[in-house]
Design a protein. Sequence first.
Length: 476
Amino acid sequence: MSPAPDILGLSPLDHIPAKLFLPYILYFDTADPQTATHSIQKGIDKLISQLPWLAGDVILHSAPEGPKNRMHIAPPRSSPSQEVPPMLQIKHFDRDEDFRTHPVHCYLPLPTFIPALEQRPVIRFQANVFPSKIALAMSFWHSVFDGTGAGVILEAVAECCKTTANNEAETPMAQIIAKTHTELRNTVSAFASKCQVRLDHTVELGTPIFDPSISSEQWNAIESAAASAVETKRYTFSPEKVAEVKETCTRLLSQLQAPSSSSSSSSSSAWISSNDIITAMLVICVDRTLHPDRADKTKSADFLMAVDMRSRVHPPLPETYLGNSIFPVHDNIYFEETATSQTGQDDADADADLLHLTQLALHIRTKLGQMDETVAYSSSAAVAEYEDWAKIEAKPAGIIVTSWRSLKTFSLDFGPGLGCIEDFEPGLALVPGGCILLPSRVVSPEKTPPWEVCITMKMGDSKMLVQDPLFSRILA
């Protein structure tokens, strides 16, 4: 039996992320919650009328000549044994004073995990309405959207909410998605056929951590235990202080040899960005907070970054591509040179910290320079080689850094009663060492927005993190 004409296969790259629902939570101040709720309801209705597949489900489908358990987007199915929430749930709360004090899961339309045998919606929304505030949560199946793709959906939501008063108003983002969605997914699904150089991906890809057949009850117990053992805090990094550290590290580049994996760069031509500095600083400081007694600092710990491949293939994928085009880059935190660099003397240790920071930032820059279409095609081929696509997933690491800084979330106008958001936060925090750079806020064109990051640590470790002398260098 060939795939049904009304289902759309997800690409090999879509099968790499963890099989979870990721939540985005948008916070609004509103003087008119009734109008705001009306805008959200009508906006979601308008969105679904233009992109009906968003109301669908994610199913496993095995074609006779294709892989087993390939995920597909399919029309919604009814299940007598499972009650699936509507596209938009509306939940009312009595007191503004309780805003953002409830457990995060109270605000979410879907649990973090739904077993493969149960109905898995593509996306759902929940408006949490307070007397003068609203928390709008969007939970999306990570295999359908990466963080950037989910940000594009938010752009479409905003324009649909803004135009609810005028049914004839144009919704360009929703229209672009409607015209290009299927073609772009099919293009990325064909990446494996373009693979000419098959790379070794054993570091990045492996067996899924969680059994896809695990029950909801088992998952809830795991999630509850994990959530009770961690805390997530937000930190703001000053652009001026980041610039100062970057300037210092740029001067230190002359003391370093470029990583041997770089084919042509040298310390004289090497460069590092502010993002490289921040990523390296997060990795170093979070690791030594989580593992203060780590004795061997020679390749004893690794981290990963999620890298967006949209602009790294030819022709590049448009920014409006919704599916997963991310791939994890792993690297070591410590090198042989850093094993004996700590002296116990404050000034010397500060110099050693900065040298280590520069070295790791340069490694990160070199790794990012190697991320090209060869990697995209080869990683797609690695998944496609599996007989059962449910048997492969990205491997974890001690520290995970992902960036949503480029999302346009703070500049979006959601229309009557809502306007622009006041704040944004991710709604998932289960693993110590998770670092998420949040969307940048809107500032004047001549200024650099501050960096905001949510960091998940073991309970009590956040106090130690802010005392780290390297970390405190860039705190606002």
